[in-house]
Design a protein around this ligand. Sequence first.
Ligand code: SD4
Length: 332
Amino acid sequence: MRMSRRGAIAIGLGGAAAIASAKPATRPKSRALIVSTWDFGAAANDAAYARLQAGGSLLDAVEAGAKVPEADPSNHSVGYSGYPDREGHVTLDAIIMDDRGNVGAVAALEDFMHPISVARRVMEKTPHTMLVGEGARQFALEQGFTTTRLLTPEAEAAWREWLKTSEYKPVANSENLRGSALDHDTIGILACGADGRLAGACTTSGMAFKLRGRIGDSPQSGCGLLVEAAVGAATATGVGEEVTRIAGSARVVSSMRAGLSPIDACHEAILHIAKLRGDAVKDAQVGFLAINSLGEVGAYALQPGFTYAVTDTAGRTTVTAAASLKGPVRTR
Ligand code: SD4
């Protein structure tokens, strides 16, 4: 794995103090960009880009982006039309974060179309970082959010069909297989400004037909998302338990802080999961997506099939297949 010059110098000087003070003499201009997980991230990036163009902040942009799949009824995504837990309740997890230590999250929230916006209110209006379940619901109502029935007839029919066998087996890359029985459309979205400032959001209905009360990696700081000023941001998708076990996004950001490029940092975290879990993850999917404060992007997954969308300053979006432990061959 390649260390960047900055990382090598910082570590060569020895110790945390040296790492903290190691700054390039003149800071190169960052490449502003928006990145998000999966093919459907392209539409989210478009909304985030439009919000930035309209004068919104990076936080406004990632919130606007996250709201796109939350409200999309054409897939069994987070929010409206999401697949329920095994008792028939659609439960939502979301987190939003800037690079100044401001974080807000909700977990196991029911009946609200935009959990990411409730998470933002947790960040802005409370001294806390996360509210869950009934308390999160009460807070959302107090904040003026209105309830919506999220379980559509289609999602309910899929749940009733699933109940016949009640077999719980996550399907790798179901995010890109619309209509699959275990479809789950987590979006992680990260934005970097031309000044190197960063923000991120992550929102999901989690694993379809999960046990009631199950919370995944997505809303947990350092698991589904982490943003750190002057270093970078990372987000995760796939089997949340495998990400939570290793505080995945925090690990990716730490590696970037130590000097790894975004792709090397994602690769390192994926290798760690594979080594730690062996056969338990042989068919499971986990993908990490990261940017650093220079606006460099990288992603890596356990299995082929993880994709991510990148939107540049001109608003051009490309969707790329991430490298994985089983191919395709990684590119820089
Ligand atoms: C979870 N990590 O709740 C989420 C699921 C996911 O695309 O990423 N789906 O485990």
